[in-house]
Design a protein around this ligand. Sequence first.
Ligand code: NAD
Length: 324
Amino acid sequence: MKIVVLDGYTLSPGDLSWEGLEKIGDLKVYDRTSYDLSGQDKIIERAKDAEVLFVNKTPITREALDQMPKLKFIGVLATGYNIVDVEAAKEKGIVVTNIPTYGTTAVAQMAFALLLEMCHHVWEHSEAVKKGDWTNNPDWCFWNYPLIELADKTMGIIGFGRIGQTVGKIAQAFGMKVLAFDSYQNKALESDTLKYVELDELLAESDVISLHCPLFESTKGIINKNTIAKMKKNAMLINTSRGPLVVEEDLAEALNSGRIAGAAVDVVSSEPIKGDNPLLKAKNIIITPHISWAPKESRKRLMDIAIDNLEKFLAGTPVNVVNP
Ligand code: NAD
């Protein structure tokens, strides 16, 4: 059985083994093939004889599937599977699976890494010390930014699912109050320090706003000039979910004008980030290159689930199928 991985590098840049898939079939792993349709011919060339295909962010279109007559299974190496034409796959009897959960704790931890960096500017203070600013300081300590304590502040979480709830637990451990906005409310989660609210109340009351809803038509651009106008002036925004949840021009404008205090984003509208993305030149923003999912522990979990998805499919008991 021929197994092809079209873009394996981000899952394993060399620190995870592909041996689990090697045991199942004749495996060929490409680091990357093409992240857009300009590479369609290369995608087809590499996958045309595959019976099993794994992709992370390589687009698999109906036209490409037409050229892959032996294909029976596509394993998406991520949660989001919008890169595969799942309807076309279904029509052709190709099972498509995803990895519904592998990085909950990693993404929640990253949201707090970003928040704590905004509160303490640890890296910038360390750099200042190394370049001599402490040595030459008249006092025994100094700080270059306002330092922020989180206890008693309010964290607004938009999208209170697996990751949102984990962020909520960490926030409560820091002594924060949590306001949750979700289209599905599990009232059993409410407590003295956690309640569900409507979006407007969350925007108006929160000192920190963290986005954890999926990217749907209904959530695209949920952070825009109108919703930003409802936020507190000291608000800090965190986005570890999906870039298009935020209208980046509006966020850049709000940061540059001091309308909100800061932002930290791990995801942007187009990745890798384009050179003219307005956030690159905005004030008071931290931008990281979509690393929330990527601790080794989290990627190992993803790899194990991907292998399990294929094994269960081959055993006739498929799981995590997104085009049933
Ligand atoms: P989840 O499905 O457990 O939770 C999503 C929550 O959002 C659900 O409770 C759902 O009811 C809610 N929701 C849906 N539509 C909504 C709306 N219109 N308004 C408010 N809430 C809405 O998903 P999860 O595992 O917590 O993951 C959340 C998101 O995190 C994913 O969709 C993905 O975009 C992102 N993510 C990012 C990374 C990364 O590396 N940056 C990694 C994994 C996941």
